[in-house]
Write a protein that binds this ligand. Structure first.
Ligand code: NAD
Length: 283
């Protein structure tokens, strides 16, 4: 039976370390301030925003939420971003995705000052990530790398298969895993015969958003399985991996919930702390 990669426990350890860092900043009169722009009434977004607020408070980060109406115009959101960009008290800015249809999320993301880009999604941050000159990383991807390191699972020379090529998970994770010398395959919904790739993988990361996508016959014995998916099935939260059957074949596996989810928010907080330190010359 595979061992559990306990994201929740690791996230709590991470939070304790961040709390210490924030304490030191506060002792020098520096209060990290993180601004979240949420547009519209997406119920999942509202939950994420509340979770972030709770975690930020726990660590000592101040979080300000700008809740904008669903019919807000793009130009008004851009004005707000511009104001936050030049406000010296603000250390981090993020736009909660998705945004309503009348707004182009890329216009908003490219407007955020890369020095305040906690999500690591501006074109400058994404470019830096692939260049290896990054100072922020998208939180979910950073959390997965951190979790593997915490459990001393080496990526060097490993065959890593990532399912899902989104800008927030798959692509940045591929860039970070390459830095750790993994051999990376990035799969997506046009990939023919997923199994051909997953059966050869030492490490499989599924970020597709499809319940039961990864079954036991798709993995090799002893593989490490990381489940990023969040799916609601019959009122239950499940990942992309058929956990009950895959856990017996894997060496390590993340549960859902309690795996990657708690890490994402903690790593987001870490980016706020990093950017606050950077803005105050503490690199
Ligand atoms: P997305 O929805 O933007 O894209 C999904 C990706 O998966 C696409 O690249 C698509 O090509 C691929 N895909 C979908 N079905 C596939 C299939 N059957 N075979 C192969 N590839 C397939 O992705 P996202 O925003 O990265 O989110 C992915 C999942 O991860 C969602 O369930 C989301 O809720 C979850 N998520 C979880 C966290 C977390 O902290 N746990 C963070 C971000 C996203």
């Amino acid at each position: 039976m595979g061992q559990i990669l306990d994201g929740k426990a690791f996230a709590n350890l991470k939070a304790d370390k961040l709390k210490e860092k924030v304490k030191k900043l506060k002792a020098d009169g520096i209060q990290p301030l993180f601004c979240v722009i949420n547009i519209g009434d997406d119920s999942a977004s509202k939950i994420y925003v509340r979770t972030k607020k709770r975690r930020a408070k726990k660590i000592g980060i101040e979080q300000k939420i700008y809740q904008l109406p669903a019919n807000e115009q793009e130009s008004d959101v851009i004005k707000l971003i511009d104001q936050l960009n030049v406000d010296p008290k603000v250390n981090g800015i993020m736009v909660q995705l998705p945004v309503p249809d009348q707004i182009d999320e890329n216009h908003l993301l490219s407007r955020i000052d890369p020095e305040k880009d906690v999500d690591g999604l501006t074109p400058a941050s994404a470019g830096r990530l692939w260049q290896g000159t990054h100072f922020v990383e998208p939180a979910t991807a950073a959390g997965i790398i951190g979790l593997l390191e915490h459990y001393q699972i080496d990526l060097d020379g490993k065959n890593m298969v990532i399912i899902g090529r989104s800008n927030i998970v798959g692509k940045p994770l591929a860039a970070l895993a390459l830095e750790k010398n993994a051999t990376v395959s990035l799969l997506h919904h046009h990939t023919q015969n997923l199994k051909e790739y997953t059966q050869k993988a030492d490490i499989i990361v599924s970020a597709a958003g499809q319940a039961n996508l990864i079954t036991a016959d798709m993995i090799k014995p002893g593989a490490v399985v990381i489940d990023v998916g969040i799916n609601h099935v019959n009122g239950h939260l499940v990942g992309d991996v058929a956990f009950d059957e895959v856990k017996d074949k894997a060496s390590w596996i993340t549960p859902v919930p309690g795996g990657v989810g708690p890490l994402t928010v903690e790593y987001l907080m870490e980016q706020v702390v990093k950017l606050t330190r950077r803005a105050n010359g503490r690199q």
